[in-house]
Write a protein that binds this ligand. Structure first.
Ligand SMILES: Cc1ncc(COP(=O)(O)O)c(C=O)c1O
Length: 446
């Protein structure tokens, strides 16, 4: 007789039956309810969440002030379309965003619903501001799944058979020091990568045709790779020299994750335009494009927008989220959590050649798995076994990177220390068990 399926398994079976296959399953966890850093699954099992809904719940699942703000706004009005009838939560949210994310002397903002939409609009604004067409982006980049955003995205698996892609998009290698800097010191590596950028003006795209260069200061899907500071400074100069708009995509790295509202605030390099989504709304679909006022204002009325731009309930959620990040000093919490994670896994790395690198900014921490300690030999297979093992033990985690060999930690910043500790204990035990299995396989081969 077949074993009885659990409630979670039954739900996954129903999913398989009716939900299109292309909607990826990154983890087999289910949710009945969630609070803080804990998800209760369909069988009543408590799961510790180290994935945060892909970096969306920095302020935790169902934070009380956010839920209260949503309820209050839902009782007033759900929708007018900001193009048609102006409402206060939209204007107030733009006021808050321009205060905490100043881009030069005067800053302006606009709202949409998703990260990909924010990226699309940022490019449209840059094109109108410069009257140019070309866009330069990076390997390892992820900017979303709409057509321009997908074109800017690097990983082939995300775009299989989805072309033709958008013209006038060019790509440079991301300055990933761990993977490509072998045998060099950081400064030499950065100098060479900046030289490659300058050479691109001869062999890739005329900078006088470039409307924008778009970069994630800390790559998310690409594997939690922070761009070296000197590279970002050099990129800023290149953009200034040629009148190119520098767009920073902070959709995964923003709103507390790295210990600041935006990771570019670590670098002291200010973008012309930047994009936000995910943890801005604590799970409600809201995204923002923020930029220098004179740049933002070049977009002609009607060329940017949409029916659902900045839904009032989502604006209320975002305003309450921003207030909560301030009140509970979640930026400070991110630094603390990141410190604990990095110290612990860097120590583990010392005795474990399978862990090639531990890196990140604030609480955006990645653990990269490689074969034989070689940064050019990603071990995606080991990483996927670790994710599965953690999932079986009640820890929800995600991988990242072109070769899916990096564990990325995006735990809610409200996680308690005992919860963080317990999550790390599960992860440690699974890493050790899976590495031991690897060694056994190797031993049997001999
Ligand atoms: C850096 C970055 N940009 C853009 C996006 C796309 O956002 P969305 O999935 O809301 O369209 C993502 C999503 O993971 C992201 O990480």
């Amino acid at each position: 007789m077949p074993a009885k399926l659990t409630q979670s398994e039954q739900l996954l079976e129903r999913r398989k039956n009716v939900v299109a296959n292309g909607v990826g399953v990154f983890n087999t966890a289910t949710a009945r309810e969630a609070k803080g850093a804990i998800i209760i699954d369909e069988d009543g099992r408590e799961l510790i969440d180290f994935a945060g809904g892909i970096g969306v719940v920095n302020a935790g699942h169902c934070p009380e002030p956010v839920v209260a703000a949503i309820r209050e706004q839902a009782g007033k009005y759900l929708h007018t379309s900001f193009n048609v009838v102006t409402y206060e939560p939209y204007v107030e949210l733009c006021e808050r965003l321009t205060e905490i994310l100043p881009h030069g002397e005067k800053t302006k903002a606009m709202l949409v619903s998703t990260g990909a939409e924010a990226v699309e609009n940022a490019i449209k604004i840059a094109r109108q501001a410069t009257q140019r067409q070309a866009v330069l982006c990076y390997t390892g980049a992820f900017h979303g799944r709409t057509m321009m955003a997908m074109t800017l995205t690097s990983k082939i698996n995300y775009k299989l058979n989805c072309g033709p892609f958008v013209p006038e998009v060019y790509r440079l290698p991301f300055p990933n020091f761990y993977r490509y800097g072998q045998g060099k010191d950081r400064d030499t590596f950065v100098k060479e990568e900046l030289k490659r950028l300058h050479e691109s003006s001869h062999n890739l795209v005329d900078p006088n045709n470039l409307a924008a260069i778009i970069i994630e200061p800390v790559q998310g899907e690409g594997g939690f790779n922070p761009v070296p500071k000197k590279y970002l400074e050099g990129l800023r100069k290149y953009c200034d020299d040629f009148g190119i708009m520098l767009i920073m995509d902070e959709i995964q790295s923003g709103f507390g994750r790295t210990g600041y509202w935006a990771s570019w605030q670590h670098y002291d390099v200010v973008p012309d335009i930047s994009t936000y989504a995910k943890s801005l709304g604590s799970g409600m679909p809201i995204a923002a494009i923020v930029g220098r006022a004179e740049v933002m204002d070049t977009a002609a009325p009607g060329t940017i927008g949409g029916t659902y731009i900045g839904n009032p309930v989502c604006c209320a959620a975002a305003l309450a989220t921003i207030q909560m990040i301030k009140d509970e000093d979640l930026n400070g919490r991110a630094m603390k959590i990141g410190g604990i994670l990095k110290k612990h896994y860097k120590k583990m790395k010392e005795t474990c050649s399978e862990i090639g690198d531990v890196r990140g900014m604030g609480a955006m921490v990645g653990i990269e798995f490689v074969k034989g300690g070689d940064s050019r030999q990603p071990d995606g297979e080991l990483c996927s076994r670790i994710l599965k093992g953690c999932s079986d033990q009640g820890l929800v985690l995600l991988s990242a990177g072109t070769f899916k060999n990096i564990i990325r930690i995006l735990a809610p910043l409200v996680i308690t220390e005992p919860q963080l500790e317990k999550g790390m204990q599960i992860l440690d035990a699974v890493i050790k068990a899976e590495i031991a299995k690897n060694n056994k396989i190797e031993f049997q081969k001999i």
